[in-house]
Design a protein around this ligand. Structure first.
Ligand code: 5GP
Ligand code: ZN
Length: 141
């Protein structure tokens, strides 16, 4: 199946087999492999085969396939490694912490006090502000 590629992209090189990886799963739209900088043991990635940088351009069916592969890996991580919790995390853009601009979902096992700063405190929002933003988004959906 043909899909976009970027010759300079590290994940495209992994998909093409030009760079080795500990490959967990693969199908026609996705591959999954171990992350080389694991935040906890079992940290792995579900990656689209094609080079779509972020959630705004990837076809919905491919995103769905990446999520389904992430689910399979997460189930294996949960049953085999029994972490305290698992985050499925997908970053878009540098401000969101994306370092590889090729869409992927992290399967991130979690332990209490593991230092991963994904949690935030509840701060009640301003209702008028929430509503104003809601109206802008609703208008483009
Ligand atoms: P991001 O920061 O884009 O959400 O996540 C990129 C992830 O890719 C990081 O967790 C990083 O450790 C991982 N990564 C970067 N380069 C490589 C590589 O060459 N091989 C593997 N297996 N993982 C990589
Ligand atoms: Zn790529």
């Amino acid at each position: 199946m043909s899909h976009p590629t970027d010759a300079n992209c590290i994940f495209c090189k992994i998909v093409a087999g030009q760079i080795p990886s500990f490959k967990l799963l693969e199908d026609d739209k996705t591959i999954a492999f171990m992350d080389i900088n694991p935040v906890n043991p079992g940290h792995s990635l579900s990656v689209a085969r094609g080079h779509w940088p972020m959630v705004d351009t990837i076809p919905a069916d491919v995103l769905g396939a990446v999520a389904a592969t992430a689910q399979k890996v997460a189930k294996a991580v949960m049953s085999e490694l029994k972490p305290n919790g698992v985050n499925l995390l997908q970053a878009n853009g540098p401000g969101a912490g994306q370092s590889v601009p090729h869409l992927h979902i992290h399967i991130m096992p979690r332990q209490p006090n593991d230092g991963v700063a994904l949690n935030w405190e509840y701060k009640p929002g301003d209702k008028a502000e929430i509503e104003a933003i809601y109206k802008r988004l609703k208008a483009v959906l």
